[in-house]
Design a protein around this ligand. Sequence first.
Ligand code: NAD
Length: 490
Amino acid sequence: MAIEKRGEQALQVSGFEYAPALESTDHVTIANRYGLFIGGSFVEPHSKRYFPTINPATEETLAEVAEADAEDVGAAVRAAGIAFRAWSQMDPSRRARYLFRISRIIQERSRELAVVETLDGGKPIKESRDVDVPLAAAHFFYYAGWADKLEWAFPNRTPRPLGVAGQVIPWNFPLLMLAWKIAPALAAGNTVVLKPAETTPLTAMLFADICRQAELPDGVVNIVTGAGQTGSYLVAHPDIKKVAFTGSTEVGKLIQRAVAGTGKRLTLELGGKAANIVFDDAPIDQAVEGIVNGIYFNQGHVCCAGSRLLVQESIQEPLLDKLRARLQTLRLGNPLDKNTDIGAINSKAQLEKIQGLVQVGLQEGAEIYQPACQLPERGFWFPPTLFTNVSQSHRIAREEIFGPVLSVLTFRTPAEAVEKANNTPYGLSAGVWTDKGSRILWMTEQMRAGVVWANTFNRFDPTSPFGGYKESGFGREGGMHGLLPYLDLN
Ligand code: NAD
């Protein structure tokens, strides 16, 4: 409540009101109940248990999905093991054709996928439509191109697939993370068992249908739904040769312990606390857009979000004035509205985590700014938030909030900017805003971050490797590097 009060005191929104521009849902059919996708069919779970998946913008139940137990996971791994024999021996150009087909069907069904992604996850339709779904299709298209060129990718080596990959993904980019996992694994000749996050399983269920539509051989892709327990059965299964995990650092550490000494290959894509660094010679209006995109895109549920703004002291005031003014124009509300910038927070638990850390920020003495905006009565919502007067020791400057909350710090010299940027246990991404190319190159060399964006932020491309240092994990997804974790080269 204290936070909302501050919001009311903020400057009033000026300008005109937009008419509603709701995306239609007529073309979408969501089943009441989904089984597990094993061996090319939806099957009843051995567990006989189901759990609801809800729309976080309305709290309405969208469907029930199966909760896989150890037996179910075992059945999925068996199906993938059987399918591996033929899939790994198949002429690679035929494997490529399946991946091209999947990519094309994703494009054909893009409106349906975008709407379901938005309903199940709460993200604005313009993001599901323009980012998540096209990038997922692009990933399959890109890796389809590699399937018959592995020998050229790794000259003088003999690339061989590993076997069955167990893949566990989070809820922030459900279909896109699925594509990041499945496309390179299949291109390299592996088969997979994938577990989507418990709050966002529906686009994975649609993807199972896409596999059938593409006539992908049975068992090449298997999808088991459930929560952390199901994920732990998958990770621990003895016939899994490779574990690929995207999620929190906390669970990543558990998984690393679980696979230690088993000989399983492991890649971990974990959390982040990226610095977005703005120098005094940066194009300020562009930088403001980049800051907004960096932290408020997808409600800040982005591992590589620019959640720490490092601004050169001499331009702090003009930059923050512009940023506050820009925040007032962000539209929060129905994620299905094409004009919405900030959608719903993915779950009640995530909302409580954000609220908790924002309270800590206030207690630690940081100054909050939130534009005036009305939060819908039902569903899970949090306004775009800016904290100034933040020091490096504040928890809001150190911990991943995974919400639309930006912490602003200042610096005087490039060396100080580097030191502050690297002063984090994470190392996933960073942004540099400056007019000087030489400074960009120097900063990029100094920073311990897997991805550094220059005069832009949150740009993704299937050809570009992505991954972290330190507690952000290890291994790379995307690009030719993304094939390596799925191949034996010896
Ligand atoms: P989470 O770690 O709670 O869950 C991720 C997945 O792991 C879910 O599918 C969950 O069911 C499963 N899981 C939970 N406990 C498990 C266990 N013991 N064994 C196996 N699986 C288990 O993370 P989350 O809250 O869903 O996602 C948010 C986190 O993901 C953030 O920290 C974010 O930074 C990170 N993330 C990282 C990247 C990246 O590429 N580095 C991308 C997206 C998200």
